[in-house]
Design a protein around this ligand. Sequence first.
Ligand SMILES: Nc1ncnc2c1ncn2[C@@H]1O[C@H](COP(=O)(O)OP(=O)(O)OP(=O)(O)O)[C@@H](O)[C@H]1O
Ligand SMILES: [Mg+2]
Length: 291
Amino acid sequence: MTSALLDVQDLDIVYGKGRGAHRAVKAASFQIQRGEILAVVGESGCGKSSLARGVAGILQPAAGRILLDGAPLGGARGRAASVARRAVQMVFQDPDASLNPNHTIGAILDEPLIVTGFGDAAARRARIEELMALVRLDLALLERRPRALSGGQKQRVAIARALAMSPRLLIADEALSALDLTAQARMATLFHDIRDRLGIAILFISHDMRMVAQLADTVCVIRDGEIVEHGPTREIMAAPRSPYTRLLLAAALDPKAALGDPDLLDALASGESEKADMAVARLLARPESVA
Ligand SMILES: Nc1ncnc2c1ncn2[C@@H]1O[C@H](COP(=O)(O)OP(=O)(O)OP(=O)(O)O)[C@@H](O)[C@H]1O
Ligand SMILES: [Mg+2]
């Protein structure tokens, strides 16, 4: 029995079959508590989105168990399964790909409420207004279509639509990556706000270690499908145990120096952790790289 909101045990996500099969997530185990913001970080292709899609029930795991409030996700069938599925909602990087361009924002937010049998038109309207307030959007936007909105506003609509399902866990897969820095900073505040007001947990995927430092309570570092480090953000940022985490941090602090350092690239390519450690230590010791 577990008291965590989400308990992932030995999760494997595999693409393809037989000799061409690719194990994108390898025996991943971690927990998320209620109200926790967990950042999942790691380089491109390390398996972040695969992990997220497994947890959201979009991909069927090849092995492992996912428990939400102690009950297996994906274990239920029929109506119970669709109710369980709703408890985990996902927001993606590109709102244009997920918002119907022909529908007004009002219709986009009404759809999940209709599907889940939320109530009559007046109840749904009240709920839509509540959701718009939650993501800090003006009600006048309800009459508009996605193309009339900024990138940040569209992403807020995507978040409001996810929240319409009253999820217990919200997964944001690079949801801030396409936004400019000001919009990103505002969205970070919004995520905190949503967590504080609704008490939901957020699994936040990002390349951006600065954003992670600002937003997340805990960090999970993935390398090549495996979790190499997981713990409180402050501890990991201050004293990362894994050389790979150190490398990610060094690259975030001073990407030019990290990418221009032949020793570091060499160490990374060879996978020799001691060598990588030494190269990172050298990089971090440079006065200009201590931001
Ligand atoms: N549909 C798919 N079929 C086959 N392989 C896939 C599929 N989707 C992802 N992969 C592979 O699985 C691995 C993990 O991919 P994933 O998209 O989870 O990485 P990621 O960490 O989200 O990367 P990024 O930061 O670029 O979004 C990669 O090697 C990728 O090529
Ligand atoms: Mg991804």
